[in-house]
Design a protein around this ligand. Sequence first.
Ligand code: FA5
Length: 339
Amino acid sequence: YEREATAALAAAATPEDLEAARIEFLGKKQGRLRDLQKSLGSVPKEDKPAVGKAFNEVKTRVQSALDARQAELESVDGGPAADALDVTLPGRAPHAVGAVHPLTRTIAEFKTILGRLGFAAVEGPEVEDERHNFNALNIPDDHPARDPLENFYLSAASVGKGEGPLLLRSQTSTVQIRVMEQNPPPVRVISIGRVYRPDTIDATHHCQFHQMEGLMVGEGVTMAHLKTVLTLFCRAYLGEGTKVRFRPSFFPFTEPSVEADALWHGAGTGDGGAEGRWLELGGAGMIDPNVLQAVGYDPEKVSGFAFGFGMERFCMMRHGISDIRLLTENDVRFLKQFG
Ligand code: FA5
């Protein structure tokens, strides 16, 4: 049986021949393999295991011969052999080369611009103690900003390192304190990094975002310097002719405190028109004498300003991004638009 079957399969010159041979030798209803199987019934009991095994082996070999011939015939007449490669098909475009994330790009641009204005970029830890996040920043013990519901305090396991409970910093103003503690005046630094707040997430708020802190302290530093630095910065980033305005505000660590806005003629935003529109930059102000004292500076000799901007808001405005969540979703369709 096996010899005849393999010979017939090999001799099949067309798919139709092959199908006929398949039915003759392997057909389930009346094929010769089936006849062979039926005849197994008459084999003496003690020989059954050996004969059954031999039968199965024959069946497997004949089936393989069928499969092999089938593949041969398909590839000969251009049928879709499983492993065939059609070299005439157009190629698949490779995935675009990676691009710099828009937020990373914004951070780099800010560092470059402020670097030109003499601000060195520094970093501080994301896990902070209460001294740097609150106390030294003149934030009183009963201030709502310390509320456990407004902050990510770390578990009790982290407590007991000398400075009381630890938390994920809620603002980069912590870095002001670290820089002034470690360096005598004058200082001129920026610090860009992640901050964390349990805010409700929506199109413009996240529980994790980036801030840029600016700090300049020295003899005779005034509000005019603050406004000049912010104006020069905004002109470099947003374009010539950008104006900066201050609105009165309050922060425990600055006095006076302001909210800074930029008048932007944002190309491509659609709104604003010829007059432009006021964009919120963030908080700023003159460093409170209590803060200078807390870090060992003499408020009679030096003064300074600080500012703190939300990086995501800038990046979104600059690139026309409508939802802050897009920045962290890692959706390739979003990311590849910045190639
Ligand atoms: C502060 O955090 C102050 N430390 C800023 C400051 C620094 C004032 C130095 C004076 C001197 P505020 O809480 O307003 O301020 O946050 C600053 C900016 O962070 C906001 O203008 C906004 O752009 C951004 N921001 C605040 N909350 C969120 C949030 N949930 N998601 C995204 N951005 C946010």
